[in-house]
Design a protein around this ligand. Structure first.
Ligand code: KG4
Ligand code: ZN
Length: 340
């Protein structure tokens, strides 16, 4: 089954052709990051406008690279939630137009489910059930993936997402947007014990995260140093911050897996590109004789290939949209298709 998929939830306009949820026939990504960099973060109105300008070319390019016509496809798929509403609407309306004109079924795909599915493109042997740590710019979830379309959130962030915390700490250290990758690179040269930072604590729910205190600690530390005219060791601060975030993510993730009796760990989302997170997840899994999967770097960030991968399984589950499909800025990964 060949699916043409579209992604426009944030600052990448992307389209792909995917076969049977597992094989990338073509994948095209037009990123807007250079423009948003000027403002230190994504400007929603600019994002929507750029999606409008790029989407036709990106979809045409994906078909061209696949050497396929619309008539050779079996279905269309689109990210409809969660994300920037004006950005999502561009992809959703483009996909609805294509569906109306071709008669192809339209599959609505939840963005975080598609991040998880990025792993299916890289590992033919990977099948649910497994436990997934979904860490992106907007979300940090521990998800029990019972099957391809049945998921339960075991833990979530109470405040900032991990990617958001990385980006804010990086920005305070003078790194360009999105700072997560720059902070990660600097951390590779730093001493993790260089700075004492608070270990995030959350009461109430066993597997929840909190990163805002940690982020504030870094911001205060930098401001205090500036006031006293002291130099900050950026590599050491990056390493100390990265360790605190990754410790918190991994501790909860491993505990959740142990308690659930799950021996398969999966990482997903933009932050799954983090080198320490990848190393720590592999090490902890290996220690316990568990399996550990994370996407290749090119599939960690936003792309449409992962949308086409998840769409295949949503189609099998009967999750097909009609022309009333709307975009949603927020939507639970568990009840992704209620009210769609
Ligand atoms: O999944 P994604 O591409 O977009 C969202 O759906 O939000 O995630 C983007 C986030 C950004 O916050 C970015 O800084 C972060 O992923 N990120 C990283 C790394 N690479 C990307 N964070 C830490 N270390 C990295 N190597
Ligand atoms: Zn994403």
């Amino acid at each position: 089954m060949k699916i043409l998929s579209i992604e426009s939830s944030c600052d990448e306009t992307a389209a792909a052709v995917i076969e049977d949820g597992r094989k990338i026939i073509s994948s095209v990504i037009a990123t807007q990051v250079d423009e948003h960099k000027l403002y230190g973060g994504v400007v929603p109105e600019i994002a929507s406008r750029r999606h409008c300008e790029s989407i036709n070319g990106v979809v045409s390019e994906a078909l061209e690279r696949a050497d396929m016509r619309l008539s050779e496809l079996d279905a269309l798929a689109v990210t409809y939630a969660p994300g920037l509403i004006g950005a999502l609407l561009v992809g959703v309306n483009f996909a609805k137009g294509l569906s109306l004109s071709t008669g192809l079924p339209l599959i609505p795909v939840h963005h975080l489910r598609s991040h998880i599915a990025a792993n299916y493109l890289a590992y033919a042997e990977l099948e649910p059930p497994f436990l997934c740590l979904v860490v992106s710019g907007g979300h940090s979830h521990i998800v029990e993936v019972k099957n391809y379309t049945d998921m339960k959130v075991l833990g979530r962030t109470r405040d900032d997402a991990a990617g958001e915390a990385f980006d804010k700490a990086a920005r305070t250290m003078g790194m360009p947007y999105p700072g997560g990758i720059h902070l990660d690179k600097a951390a590779e040269y730093g001493n993790e014990e260089g700075y004492k930072l608070p270990q995030p604590k959350v009461s109430g729910s066993e597997y929840d995260f909190s990163f805002s205190g940690l982020k504030t600690a870094v911001i205060n530390l930098i401001h205090n140093a500036k006031q006293k005219g002291e130099e900050i060791n950026v590599n050491d601060l990056s390493a100390s911050f990265r360790k605190a975030v990754v410790d918190s993510l991994i501790n909860n993730f491993i505990r959740a897996a142990e308690n659930a009796g799950c021996d398969k760990l999966v990482l997903a989302g933009g932050v799954s590109a983090n080198s320490l997170l990848r190393r720590r997840a592999s090490k902890e899994a290996k220690k316990r004789g568990w399996k550990c999967f994370y996407p290749p770097l090119e599939l960690c960030g936003d792309n449409a290939a992962m949308v086409g991968a998840q769409a295949y399984y949503e189609y099998i589950a009967g999750n097909i949209a009609d022309m009333t499909l709307n975009a949603a800025a927020t939507k639970s990964i568990e009840s992704a298709f209620d009210d769609v």
